[in-house]
Design a binder for this molecule. Structure first.
Ligand code: ADP
Ligand code: MG
Length: 191
């Protein structure tokens, strides 16, 4: 996977967020303030003009800086910081070994910035489970990623706005877990 292919994946990801914005908004309306779809769309619509493809590290850094400044909410700084941290470990040619390091950096960044652990009903649940599965050389398809997000339905939220909903957060997919499905699918690229 070279820098041009990764850039293409992130441009295509913008189209995914266009298609999924209303779903993300609906999820965030149930257990948040209903802005997650708009937040993610704003970030990814800004991306194409901001991407720096002079190296993989610069590409990831430019994604991080754009998400940090454009997405807003709780998720913008978390995703933004994560891409800046991933930029520190990416190689110009990403192979499976490098992908493992990248997902480790993603998971560490969210854990650190969000002060979050597993089963708090956040994006971290999907990111950390994807990290584990790739570390164990499993195939991590879009369907598999979706199953990780679906599992957040069973969890009561203890972080972010959703925590105010307490047990009423049960039965709903966490919006950040859902947006992480698309981001991880772009990074991992398994069918
Ligand atoms: P806001 O909650 O400020 O409106 P968004 O709606 O854009 O921001 O994002 C909400 C998502 O952010 C949640 O669904 C959750 O996945 C994620 N999130 C919120 N707080 C944390 C945290 N402390 N750690 C990890 N993820 C978090
Ligand atoms: Mg919100």
């Amino acid at each position: 996977m070279d820098v041009h292919e990764m850039k293409e994946r992130f441009i295509r990801l913008g189209e995914v967020f266009e298609d999924q914005a209303s779903l993300l908004t609906e999820l965030d309306r149930a257990i948040g303030d209903g802005d997650h779809g708009v937040n993610m769309l704003r970030g990814f619509q800004a991306l194409p003009s901001k991407l720096n493809d002079s190296s993989m590290a610069e590409l990831f850094k430019s994604i991080g800086m754009t998400l940090m400044s454009q997405v807003g909410g709780a998720s913008g700084p978390l995703y933004g910081f994560s891409f800046v941290k991933m930029a520190q470990v990416v190689h110009d040619e990403i192979d499976r070994a490098n992908l493992k390091e990248i997902l480790q950096a993603f998971s560490d960044a969210v854990a650190q910035r969000g002060k979050v652990t597993l089963n708090e009903k956040t994006m971290f649940d999907v990111i950390e489970r994807a990290r584990q599965a790739v570390a164990e050389d499993q195939t991590v398809s879009l369907k598999r990623l979706q199953s990780f997000a679906d599992e957040t339905k069973e969890i009561e939220a203890t972080k972010g706005r959703a925590a105010y909903f307490k047990e009423e957060s049960l039965g709903h997919i966490d919006p950040g877990a859902q947006s992480s499905v698309y981001i991880l699918n772009a990074l991992i690229g398994d069918e």
